[in-house]
Design a protein around this ligand. Sequence first.
Ligand SMILES: CC(C)(COP(=O)(O)OP(=O)(O)OC[C@H]1O[C@@H](n2cnc3c(N)ncnc32)[C@H](O)[C@@H]1OP(=O)(O)O)[C@@H](O)C(=O)NCCC(=O)NCCS
Length: 169
Amino acid sequence: MVIVREANDGDPAGTAAVFRAAGLHVPRQPSERHHIWVAVSGGNVVGAVEGTFDSDFNGRCRFPPEVTRPHGYLSQLGVLESSRRKGVGTDLLRAYCEAAVDAWVSFIVASPADFDEGMTARSGFFARYGLVEVGTGLYHHLIGATPRDVIARIRARADRVREVAPPLR
Ligand SMILES: CC(C)(COP(=O)(O)OP(=O)(O)OC[C@H]1O[C@@H](n2cnc3c(N)ncnc32)[C@H](O)[C@@H]1OP(=O)(O)O)[C@@H](O)C(=O)NCCC(=O)NCCS
């Protein structure tokens, strides 16, 4: 079973190992500004997401008119290769988006690297949950969506999975 929770003092080594293996940067220490959630299986960190809720992308992104500041910035999301395609990334994205809603953030932005072999996974994953190109960052394009829309898409997917599952006897 995989549990998603906020990172604690015992997680930095596991989180760093997951991010390194996923080709990402070692995460910052969690703080009032930098939030981290981890996915844990059998006592081991198998995935993590890192982000902020006080960013300002005005001038760099095209937002729908109802979007207000601050914006969320999902800086890194990674899952160990052996745990991919099992919904772990989805659970982490959902944890980040739910916290964004709680923090009154109306839009989240990510800047996935666009030059390595993980591109197919990244594009498929973020597109699945409605993140679309909204601008250009320093090095990569910026994608984003409202956290409420992402959560709605994740819920709809979970409902569809339940519909196709055989009924319990
Ligand atoms: C992107 C990443 C986080 C996805 O994690 P994951 O746990 O495998 O994602 P999920 O199992 O929740 O996938 C949900 C959906 O995303 C899409 N998706 C995920 N991986 C995909 C791939 N390799 N190709 C196409 N679509 C993919 C699918 O629609 C998938 O649903 P399905 O399995 O029912 O078809 C993972 O591949 C990863 O860590 N990559 C390396 C690091 C990275 O690129 N991070 C993002 C930028 S910071």
